[in-house]
Design a binder for this molecule. Structure first.
Ligand code: TGC
Ligand code: FAD
Length: 392
Protein backbone atom coordinates (compact mmCIF):
# COMPACT_ATOMS: atom_id res chain seq x y z
CA UNK A 1 0.00 0.00 0.00
CA UNK A 2 1.33 3.52 -0.77
CA UNK A 3 2.58 5.54 2.23
CA UNK A 4 -0.31 7.05 4.18
CA UNK A 5 -0.30 10.76 3.35
CA UNK A 6 -3.82 11.50 4.54
CA UNK A 7 -4.82 15.13 4.83
CA UNK A 8 -8.14 15.90 6.42
CA UNK A 9 -10.83 17.74 4.45
CA UNK A 10 -12.08 20.73 6.51
CA UNK A 11 -14.13 22.81 4.10
CA UNK A 12 -16.06 24.79 6.73
CA UNK A 13 -13.04 25.48 8.96
CA UNK A 14 -14.25 23.24 11.74
CA UNK A 15 -10.79 23.34 13.25
CA UNK A 16 -11.72 26.79 14.60
CA UNK A 17 -14.35 25.08 16.74
CA UNK A 18 -11.95 22.61 18.34
CA UNK A 19 -9.79 23.41 21.35
CA UNK A 20 -6.01 23.07 21.18
CA UNK A 21 -6.26 19.94 23.34
CA UNK A 22 -8.83 18.37 21.00
CA UNK A 23 -6.64 19.08 17.98
CA UNK A 24 -3.61 17.62 19.74
CA UNK A 25 -5.54 14.45 20.59
CA UNK A 26 -6.67 14.15 16.97
CA UNK A 27 -3.13 14.60 15.66
CA UNK A 28 -1.76 12.05 18.12
CA UNK A 29 -4.26 9.39 17.03
CA UNK A 30 -3.84 10.32 13.36
CA UNK A 31 -0.08 9.91 13.60
CA UNK A 32 -0.49 6.62 15.41
CA UNK A 33 -2.75 5.33 12.61
CA UNK A 34 -0.30 6.47 9.94
CA UNK A 35 2.63 4.82 11.68
CA UNK A 36 1.21 1.62 13.17
CA UNK A 37 -2.08 0.82 11.40
CA UNK A 38 -1.92 1.90 7.75
CA UNK A 39 1.25 -0.03 6.87
CA UNK A 40 -0.13 -3.38 8.05
CA UNK A 41 -3.93 -3.32 8.23
CA UNK A 42 -4.58 -4.41 4.65
CA UNK A 43 -2.51 -7.57 5.20
CA UNK A 44 -4.41 -8.37 8.41
CA UNK A 45 -7.73 -7.82 6.60
CA UNK A 46 -6.68 -9.98 3.65
CA UNK A 47 -5.72 -12.78 6.07
CA UNK A 48 -8.84 -12.18 8.20
CA UNK A 49 -6.59 -11.84 11.25
CA UNK A 50 -7.08 -9.67 14.31
CA UNK A 51 -4.06 -7.38 14.90
CA UNK A 52 -3.88 -8.20 18.61
CA UNK A 53 -0.88 -5.89 19.04
CA UNK A 54 -3.22 -2.88 18.83
CA UNK A 55 -4.87 -3.63 22.18
CA UNK A 56 -2.11 -2.37 24.52
CA UNK A 57 -1.27 0.39 22.02
CA UNK A 58 -4.84 1.72 22.00
CA UNK A 59 -4.81 1.54 25.78
CA UNK A 60 -1.57 3.53 25.99
CA UNK A 61 -2.99 6.08 23.58
CA UNK A 62 -6.06 6.62 25.78
CA UNK A 63 -8.54 5.31 23.20
CA UNK A 64 -10.24 2.96 25.70
CA UNK A 65 -12.84 4.82 27.75
CA UNK A 66 -11.76 8.37 26.93
CA UNK A 67 -14.77 9.89 28.75
CA UNK A 68 -14.48 7.63 31.84
CA UNK A 69 -12.99 9.50 34.85
CA UNK A 70 -9.25 9.28 35.31
CA UNK A 71 -9.62 7.75 38.77
CA UNK A 72 -10.72 4.52 37.03
CA UNK A 73 -8.01 4.72 34.36
CA UNK A 74 -10.12 6.56 31.78
CA UNK A 75 -9.20 9.77 30.02
CA UNK A 76 -11.67 12.15 31.71
CA UNK A 77 -12.10 13.80 28.31
CA UNK A 78 -15.01 15.51 26.56
CA UNK A 79 -17.16 13.92 23.87
CA UNK A 80 -15.62 15.86 20.97
CA UNK A 81 -12.21 14.41 21.88
CA UNK A 82 -13.77 10.94 22.07
CA UNK A 83 -15.42 11.51 18.67
CA UNK A 84 -12.19 12.70 17.07
CA UNK A 85 -10.38 9.60 18.34
CA UNK A 86 -13.00 7.33 16.77
CA UNK A 87 -12.87 9.36 13.54
CA UNK A 88 -9.13 8.87 13.27
CA UNK A 89 -9.18 5.17 14.16
CA UNK A 90 -11.89 4.40 11.60
CA UNK A 91 -10.05 6.49 9.03
CA UNK A 92 -7.50 3.67 9.35
CA UNK A 93 -9.96 0.77 9.59
CA UNK A 94 -13.48 0.27 10.96
CA UNK A 95 -12.31 -2.86 12.76
CA UNK A 96 -9.76 -0.91 14.78
CA UNK A 97 -12.45 1.58 15.77
CA UNK A 98 -14.74 -1.34 16.62
CA UNK A 99 -12.17 -2.72 19.06
CA UNK A 100 -12.03 0.66 20.79
CA UNK A 101 -15.81 1.25 20.69
CA UNK A 102 -16.61 -2.09 22.25
CA UNK A 103 -13.96 -1.76 24.94
CA UNK A 104 -14.76 1.83 25.90
CA UNK A 105 -18.48 2.25 25.30
CA UNK A 106 -19.86 -1.25 25.63
CA UNK A 107 -17.65 -2.82 28.31
CA UNK A 108 -16.10 -0.03 30.38
CA UNK A 109 -19.13 2.27 30.19
CA UNK A 110 -21.69 -0.23 31.62
CA UNK A 111 -19.27 -1.18 34.41
CA UNK A 112 -18.74 2.53 35.12
CA UNK A 113 -22.41 3.53 34.86
CA UNK A 114 -24.10 0.47 36.41
CA UNK A 115 -21.33 -1.31 38.33
CA UNK A 116 -20.48 -1.44 42.04
CA UNK A 117 -17.41 0.41 43.33
CA UNK A 118 -15.60 -2.97 43.65
CA UNK A 119 -16.42 -3.87 40.06
CA UNK A 120 -15.18 -0.47 38.82
CA UNK A 121 -11.91 -0.79 40.71
CA UNK A 122 -11.36 -4.40 39.65
CA UNK A 123 -12.10 -4.09 35.91
CA UNK A 124 -11.82 -0.51 34.63
CA UNK A 125 -8.08 0.17 35.04
CA UNK A 126 -7.10 -3.12 33.36
CA UNK A 127 -9.56 -2.51 30.51
CA UNK A 128 -8.39 1.10 30.11
CA UNK A 129 -4.74 0.06 29.77
CA UNK A 130 -5.53 -2.77 27.37
CA UNK A 131 -4.21 -5.39 29.76
CA UNK A 132 -7.65 -7.00 29.41
CA UNK A 133 -9.84 -6.96 26.32
CA UNK A 134 -13.62 -6.99 26.73
CA UNK A 135 -16.69 -7.82 24.66
CA UNK A 136 -20.43 -7.03 24.85
CA UNK A 137 -23.04 -9.73 24.43
CA UNK A 138 -26.51 -8.55 23.51
CA UNK A 139 -27.40 -10.05 20.09
CA UNK A 140 -28.62 -13.64 19.95
CA UNK A 141 -29.20 -15.98 17.01
CA UNK A 142 -32.94 -15.24 17.03
CA UNK A 143 -32.89 -11.72 18.49
CA UNK A 144 -30.91 -9.04 16.68
CA UNK A 145 -32.93 -5.87 16.10
CA UNK A 146 -35.31 -7.04 18.83
CA UNK A 147 -32.98 -7.71 21.77
CA UNK A 148 -35.87 -7.47 24.26
CA UNK A 149 -36.90 -11.00 23.19
CA UNK A 150 -33.55 -12.51 24.28
CA UNK A 151 -33.55 -16.07 25.61
CA UNK A 152 -30.30 -16.09 27.62
CA UNK A 153 -31.31 -16.66 31.21
CA UNK A 154 -29.87 -17.01 34.70
CA UNK A 155 -31.22 -18.41 37.97
CA UNK A 156 -29.99 -18.17 41.55
CA UNK A 157 -28.25 -21.21 42.98
CA UNK A 158 -26.70 -20.69 46.42
CA UNK A 159 -24.04 -17.98 46.35
CA UNK A 160 -23.95 -17.75 42.54
CA UNK A 161 -26.11 -17.65 39.42
CA UNK A 162 -26.31 -20.30 36.70
CA UNK A 163 -26.29 -18.80 33.20
CA UNK A 164 -27.52 -20.54 30.05
CA UNK A 165 -27.96 -19.36 26.47
CA UNK A 166 -25.85 -17.93 23.66
CA UNK A 167 -24.91 -14.71 21.90
CA UNK A 168 -23.70 -14.27 18.33
CA UNK A 169 -21.90 -11.65 16.24
CA UNK A 170 -19.84 -10.54 19.22
CA UNK A 171 -16.88 -8.26 18.38
CA UNK A 172 -13.64 -9.06 20.27
CA UNK A 173 -15.19 -12.27 21.69
CA UNK A 174 -12.45 -14.75 20.69
CA UNK A 175 -9.75 -12.64 22.37
CA UNK A 176 -11.69 -11.17 25.30
CA UNK A 177 -10.82 -11.86 28.93
CA UNK A 178 -14.04 -10.14 30.08
CA UNK A 179 -17.59 -10.16 28.69
CA UNK A 180 -20.49 -7.91 29.70
CA UNK A 181 -23.47 -10.15 29.02
CA UNK A 182 -27.16 -9.26 29.04
CA UNK A 183 -29.56 -12.00 30.16
CA UNK A 184 -32.95 -12.39 31.84
CA UNK A 185 -33.41 -13.30 35.49
CA UNK A 186 -36.22 -15.50 36.82
CA UNK A 187 -38.56 -12.50 36.85
CA UNK A 188 -37.89 -11.96 33.11
CA UNK A 189 -35.93 -8.77 33.82
CA UNK A 190 -32.86 -8.01 31.65
CA UNK A 191 -29.70 -7.69 33.78
CA UNK A 192 -25.99 -7.27 33.07
CA UNK A 193 -23.43 -9.87 34.21
CA UNK A 194 -19.64 -9.70 34.04
CA UNK A 195 -18.14 -12.97 32.81
CA UNK A 196 -14.48 -13.89 32.76
CA UNK A 197 -12.69 -16.26 30.41
CA UNK A 198 -12.14 -19.57 32.12
CA UNK A 199 -15.50 -19.72 33.91
CA UNK A 200 -16.70 -23.35 33.54
CA UNK A 201 -19.13 -23.79 30.61
CA UNK A 202 -18.25 -20.43 28.99
CA UNK A 203 -16.82 -20.64 25.45
CA UNK A 204 -16.24 -18.11 22.64
CA UNK A 205 -16.21 -19.85 19.22
CA UNK A 206 -14.66 -17.78 16.41
CA UNK A 207 -16.93 -16.64 13.56
CA UNK A 208 -15.20 -17.24 10.22
CA UNK A 209 -15.98 -16.47 6.58
CA UNK A 210 -16.74 -12.73 6.95
CA UNK A 211 -16.18 -10.53 3.89
CA UNK A 212 -16.50 -7.44 6.08
CA UNK A 213 -14.58 -6.17 9.12
CA UNK A 214 -12.03 -8.86 8.43
CA UNK A 215 -9.41 -7.34 10.75
CA UNK A 216 -11.85 -7.45 13.67
CA UNK A 217 -12.37 -10.69 15.57
CA UNK A 218 -16.01 -11.76 15.83
CA UNK A 219 -17.34 -14.71 17.78
CA UNK A 220 -20.15 -16.32 19.70
CA UNK A 221 -20.59 -16.48 23.45
CA UNK A 222 -21.93 -19.84 24.62
CA UNK A 223 -23.15 -20.31 28.19
CA UNK A 224 -23.65 -23.91 29.28
CA UNK A 225 -24.62 -23.83 32.95
CA UNK A 226 -21.98 -21.20 33.70
CA UNK A 227 -21.68 -20.47 37.45
CA UNK A 228 -21.41 -16.67 37.79
CA UNK A 229 -20.56 -15.24 41.26
CA UNK A 230 -23.32 -12.98 42.57
CA UNK A 231 -20.88 -10.10 42.89
CA UNK A 232 -20.58 -10.14 39.07
CA UNK A 233 -24.14 -8.83 38.59
CA UNK A 234 -24.27 -5.15 37.58
CA UNK A 235 -26.38 -3.73 40.40
CA UNK A 236 -27.24 -0.35 38.88
CA UNK A 237 -29.67 -1.13 36.07
CA UNK A 238 -32.62 -3.35 35.13
CA UNK A 239 -34.29 -3.68 31.75
CA UNK A 240 -33.42 -3.01 28.11
CA UNK A 241 -32.46 0.57 28.90
CA UNK A 242 -29.22 -0.86 30.38
CA UNK A 243 -27.72 -2.14 27.10
CA UNK A 244 -29.43 0.57 25.05
CA UNK A 245 -27.81 3.26 27.21
CA UNK A 246 -24.39 1.82 26.34
CA UNK A 247 -25.37 1.71 22.69
CA UNK A 248 -26.14 5.43 22.70
CA UNK A 249 -22.54 6.05 23.72
CA UNK A 250 -21.14 3.62 21.14
CA UNK A 251 -23.40 4.80 18.30
CA UNK A 252 -22.15 8.33 18.92
CA UNK A 253 -18.59 7.07 18.36
CA UNK A 254 -19.66 5.34 15.15
CA UNK A 255 -21.15 8.62 13.85
CA UNK A 256 -17.64 10.11 14.03
CA UNK A 257 -15.90 6.93 12.94
CA UNK A 258 -17.87 6.44 9.72
CA UNK A 259 -17.08 10.04 8.75
CA UNK A 260 -13.41 9.16 9.23
CA UNK A 261 -13.76 6.30 6.72
CA UNK A 262 -15.54 8.70 4.32
CA UNK A 263 -12.75 11.27 4.70
CA UNK A 264 -10.15 8.65 3.84
CA UNK A 265 -12.06 7.56 0.71
CA UNK A 266 -12.51 11.18 -0.40
CA UNK A 267 -8.83 11.98 0.12
CA UNK A 268 -7.77 8.86 -1.79
CA UNK A 269 -10.14 9.59 -4.69
CA UNK A 270 -9.08 13.24 -4.93
CA UNK A 271 -5.36 12.38 -5.05
CA UNK A 272 -5.91 9.61 -7.56
CA UNK A 273 -8.05 11.78 -9.83
CA UNK A 274 -5.37 14.47 -9.90
CA UNK A 275 -2.65 11.96 -10.84
CA UNK A 276 -4.45 9.57 -13.18
CA UNK A 277 -4.30 10.74 -16.79
CA UNK A 278 -6.76 9.59 -19.46
CA UNK A 279 -7.45 11.20 -22.83
CA UNK A 280 -4.39 13.35 -22.18
CA UNK A 281 -5.75 14.99 -19.01
CA UNK A 282 -6.00 14.18 -15.29
CA UNK A 283 -9.39 12.54 -14.75
CA UNK A 284 -10.06 15.28 -12.13
CA UNK A 285 -10.52 17.67 -15.05
CA UNK A 286 -13.67 15.87 -16.25
CA UNK A 287 -16.98 17.24 -15.01
CA UNK A 288 -18.35 13.83 -14.03
CA UNK A 289 -15.43 13.20 -11.66
CA UNK A 290 -15.66 16.73 -10.24
CA UNK A 291 -19.37 16.19 -9.52
CA UNK A 292 -18.52 13.03 -7.55
CA UNK A 293 -15.78 14.79 -5.56
CA UNK A 294 -17.86 17.92 -4.90
CA UNK A 295 -20.80 15.88 -3.65
CA UNK A 296 -18.53 13.76 -1.44
CA UNK A 297 -17.07 16.83 0.21
CA UNK A 298 -20.51 18.38 0.68
CA UNK A 299 -21.79 15.27 2.50
CA UNK A 300 -18.62 14.96 4.61
CA UNK A 301 -18.93 18.61 5.62
CA UNK A 302 -22.60 18.23 6.63
CA UNK A 303 -21.79 15.12 8.66
CA UNK A 304 -18.79 16.77 10.34
CA UNK A 305 -21.00 19.67 11.42
CA UNK A 306 -23.70 17.33 12.72
CA UNK A 307 -21.11 15.39 14.73
CA UNK A 308 -19.58 18.51 16.20
CA UNK A 309 -22.96 19.83 17.31
CA UNK A 310 -23.97 16.44 18.70
CA UNK A 311 -20.71 16.34 20.65
CA UNK A 312 -21.49 19.67 22.29
CA UNK A 313 -24.97 18.39 23.19
CA UNK A 314 -23.45 15.21 24.65
CA UNK A 315 -21.11 17.33 26.75
CA UNK A 316 -23.87 19.48 28.18
CA UNK A 317 -25.97 16.38 28.83
CA UNK A 318 -28.85 17.33 26.55
CA UNK A 319 -28.28 15.00 23.57
CA UNK A 320 -31.12 12.53 23.03
CA UNK A 321 -30.66 8.89 21.91
CA UNK A 322 -32.77 9.80 18.88
CA UNK A 323 -30.30 12.49 17.83
CA UNK A 324 -27.53 9.93 18.16
CA UNK A 325 -29.52 7.52 15.95
CA UNK A 326 -29.88 10.19 13.27
CA UNK A 327 -26.16 10.97 13.32
CA UNK A 328 -25.14 7.27 13.24
CA UNK A 329 -27.52 6.55 10.38
CA UNK A 330 -26.50 9.60 8.37
CA UNK A 331 -22.78 9.00 8.81
CA UNK A 332 -23.05 5.34 7.76
CA UNK A 333 -25.11 6.21 4.71
CA UNK A 334 -22.87 9.00 3.45
CA UNK A 335 -19.75 6.96 4.16
CA UNK A 336 -21.04 3.92 2.27
CA UNK A 337 -22.05 6.09 -0.71
CA UNK A 338 -18.76 8.01 -0.70
CA UNK A 339 -16.75 4.79 -0.52
CA UNK A 340 -18.60 3.39 -3.56
CA UNK A 341 -18.13 6.62 -5.55
CA UNK A 342 -14.45 6.75 -4.59
CA UNK A 343 -13.99 3.20 -5.79
CA UNK A 344 -15.41 4.16 -9.17
CA UNK A 345 -13.02 7.10 -9.45
CA UNK A 346 -10.15 4.65 -8.89
CA UNK A 347 -11.37 2.43 -11.74
CA UNK A 348 -9.91 -1.07 -11.62
CA UNK A 349 -7.32 -0.05 -9.03
CA UNK A 350 -10.22 0.60 -6.67
CA UNK A 351 -10.86 -3.09 -6.14
CA UNK A 352 -7.30 -3.85 -5.05
CA UNK A 353 -5.60 -3.74 -1.67
CA UNK A 354 -3.21 -1.14 -3.07
CA UNK A 355 -5.76 1.41 -1.92
CA UNK A 356 -7.92 1.55 1.21
CA UNK A 357 -11.25 2.12 -0.50
CA UNK A 358 -12.45 -1.45 -1.15
CA UNK A 359 -11.67 -2.40 2.46
CA UNK A 360 -13.69 0.61 3.68
CA UNK A 361 -16.62 -0.39 1.41
CA UNK A 362 -16.66 -3.90 2.84
CA UNK A 363 -16.23 -2.70 6.44
CA UNK A 364 -19.04 -0.18 6.15
CA UNK A 365 -21.46 -3.02 5.31
CA UNK A 366 -21.07 -4.12 8.94
CA UNK A 367 -21.01 -0.61 10.38
CA UNK A 368 -24.34 0.20 8.71
CA UNK A 369 -25.82 -2.96 10.29
CA UNK A 370 -24.39 -3.24 13.78
CA UNK A 371 -25.38 -1.11 16.76
CA UNK A 372 -28.84 -0.89 15.16
CA UNK A 373 -29.49 -1.32 11.44
CA UNK A 374 -30.12 1.51 9.02
CA UNK A 375 -33.85 0.68 9.10
CA UNK A 376 -34.00 0.60 12.90
CA UNK A 377 -32.41 4.04 13.22
CA UNK A 378 -34.83 5.44 10.65
CA UNK A 379 -37.75 3.99 12.64
CA UNK A 380 -36.34 5.52 15.84
CA UNK A 381 -36.39 8.93 14.11
CA UNK A 382 -39.85 8.21 12.70
CA UNK A 383 -41.20 7.40 16.13
CA UNK A 384 -39.58 10.49 17.63
CA UNK A 385 -41.19 12.86 15.12
CA UNK A 386 -44.62 11.21 14.84
CA UNK A 387 -45.01 9.66 18.27
CA UNK A 388 -46.06 6.44 16.51
CA UNK A 389 -44.15 3.17 17.02
CA UNK A 390 -43.71 1.47 13.63
CA UNK A 391 -41.46 -1.34 14.95
CA UNK A 392 -44.19 -3.67 16.04
P1 TGC B 1 -38.24 0.18 24.00
O1 TGC B 1 -39.52 -0.21 24.69
O2 TGC B 1 -38.30 1.24 22.95
O3 TGC B 1 -37.15 0.62 25.05
C1 TGC B 1 -36.90 -0.15 26.23
C2 TGC B 1 -36.34 0.78 27.29
O4 TGC B 1 -35.09 1.32 26.85
C3 TGC B 1 -35.15 2.77 26.78
N1 TGC B 1 -34.37 3.16 25.59
C4 TGC B 1 -33.15 3.68 25.67
N2 TGC B 1 -32.39 4.03 26.72
C5 TGC B 1 -31.15 4.53 26.47
N3 TGC B 1 -30.67 4.69 25.23
C6 TGC B 1 -31.39 4.34 24.14
N4 TGC B 1 -30.88 4.47 22.92
C7 TGC B 1 -32.70 3.82 24.33
N5 TGC B 1 -33.69 3.38 23.51
C8 TGC B 1 -34.71 2.98 24.29
C9 TGC B 1 -36.62 3.07 26.65
O5 TGC B 1 -36.90 4.37 27.10
C10 TGC B 1 -37.22 2.00 27.54
O6 TGC B 1 -36.99 2.40 28.90
P2 TGC B 1 -38.02 2.01 30.06
O7 TGC B 1 -37.53 2.74 31.27
O8 TGC B 1 -39.38 2.47 29.59
O9 TGC B 1 -37.95 0.52 30.21
O10 TGC B 1 -37.60 -1.17 23.42
P3 TGC B 1 -38.03 -2.09 22.19
O11 TGC B 1 -38.00 -3.50 22.66
O12 TGC B 1 -39.32 -1.58 21.57
O13 TGC B 1 -36.82 -1.89 21.16
C11 TGC B 1 -36.54 -0.65 20.62
C12 TGC B 1 -35.38 -0.70 19.61
C13 TGC B 1 -35.76 -1.52 18.40
C14 TGC B 1 -35.13 0.72 19.18
C15 TGC B 1 -34.09 -1.22 20.24
O14 TGC B 1 -34.26 -2.42 20.83
C16 TGC B 1 -32.91 -1.22 19.32
O15 TGC B 1 -32.17 -0.24 19.34
N6 TGC B 1 -32.61 -2.30 18.51
C17 TGC B 1 -31.36 -2.42 17.79
C18 TGC B 1 -30.49 -3.42 18.51
C19 TGC B 1 -29.04 -3.01 18.53
O16 TGC B 1 -28.68 -1.88 18.31
N7 TGC B 1 -28.20 -3.97 18.83
C20 TGC B 1 -26.79 -3.70 18.93
C21 TGC B 1 -26.03 -4.86 19.49
S1 TGC B 1 -24.41 -4.44 20.05
C22 TGC B 1 -23.55 -4.19 18.64
O17 TGC B 1 -24.01 -4.24 17.57
C23 TGC B 1 -22.13 -3.88 18.85
S2 TGC B 1 -21.20 -3.75 17.41
C24 TGC B 1 -19.87 -2.98 18.12
C25 TGC B 1 -18.73 -2.77 17.27
O18 TGC B 1 -18.08 -3.75 16.84
O19 TGC B 1 -18.38 -1.57 17.06
P1 FAD C 1 -32.27 -8.69 11.97
O1 FAD C 1 -32.72 -8.03 13.21
O2 FAD C 1 -32.72 -10.07 11.70
O3 FAD C 1 -32.70 -7.74 10.75
C1 FAD C 1 -32.72 -8.21 9.39
C2 FAD C 1 -33.34 -7.09 8.54
O4 FAD C 1 -34.68 -6.85 8.98
C3 FAD C 1 -32.59 -5.78 8.67
O5 FAD C 1 -32.54 -5.12 7.42
C4 FAD C 1 -33.43 -4.96 9.63
O6 FAD C 1 -33.32 -3.57 9.43
C5 FAD C 1 -34.84 -5.46 9.28
N1 FAD C 1 -35.78 -5.30 10.39
C6 FAD C 1 -35.76 -5.89 11.60
N2 FAD C 1 -36.77 -5.47 12.36
C7 FAD C 1 -37.45 -4.57 11.61
C8 FAD C 1 -38.61 -3.76 11.85
N3 FAD C 1 -39.26 -3.76 13.01
N4 FAD C 1 -39.04 -2.96 10.84
C9 FAD C 1 -38.37 -2.91 9.66
N5 FAD C 1 -37.29 -3.66 9.38
C10 FAD C 1 -36.83 -4.46 10.36
N6 FAD C 1 -23.99 -7.56 18.62
C11 FAD C 1 -23.61 -7.55 19.92
O7 FAD C 1 -24.42 -7.74 20.83
N7 FAD C 1 -22.31 -7.30 20.25
C12 FAD C 1 -21.35 -7.10 19.33
O8 FAD C 1 -20.19 -6.87 19.67
C13 FAD C 1 -21.71 -7.15 17.94
N8 FAD C 1 -20.77 -7.02 16.97
C14 FAD C 1 -21.12 -7.21 15.66
C15 FAD C 1 -20.12 -7.28 14.69
C16 FAD C 1 -20.46 -7.52 13.36
C17 FAD C 1 -19.38 -7.63 12.33
C18 FAD C 1 -21.81 -7.67 12.99
C19 FAD C 1 -22.20 -7.89 11.55
C20 FAD C 1 -22.80 -7.61 13.95
C21 FAD C 1 -22.46 -7.39 15.31
N9 FAD C 1 -23.45 -7.42 16.30
C22 FAD C 1 -23.08 -7.38 17.62
C23 FAD C 1 -24.83 -7.73 15.96
C24 FAD C 1 -25.59 -6.56 15.35
O9 FAD C 1 -25.90 -5.60 16.32
C25 FAD C 1 -26.84 -7.13 14.67
O10 FAD C 1 -26.39 -7.79 13.51
C26 FAD C 1 -27.84 -6.06 14.33
O11 FAD C 1 -28.39 -5.47 15.48
C27 FAD C 1 -28.99 -6.59 13.45
O12 FAD C 1 -29.48 -7.81 13.94
P2 FAD C 1 -29.63 -9.07 12.94
O13 FAD C 1 -28.34 -9.27 12.26
O14 FAD C 1 -30.16 -10.20 13.74
O15 FAD C 1 -30.67 -8.62 11.86
Amino acid sequence: MPIDQFRSPDYFALDELFTEEQKLIRETVRNYVKKEISPVIEAYAQKAEFPEFIVPQLGALGCFGPTIPEVYGGGGLDHISYGLMMQELERGDSGVRSTASVQGSLVMYPIFAYGSEEQKRKYLPKLASGEWLGCFGLTEPDHGSDPGGMLSHFSEEGDHYILNGSKMWISNAPYAQVAVVWAKDDAGEIRGLILERGMPGFTTPHTTGKWSLRASATGELVFDNVPVPKENLLPGVKGLKGPLGCLTKARYGIAWGAVGAAMDCYHTALQYSLERVQFGKPIASFQLQQKKLAEMLTEITKAQLMNWRLGTLMDNGSATPQQVSMAKRNACEIAANIAREARQILGGMGITGEYTVMRHIMNLESVITYEGTHDIHLLITGMDITGINAFK
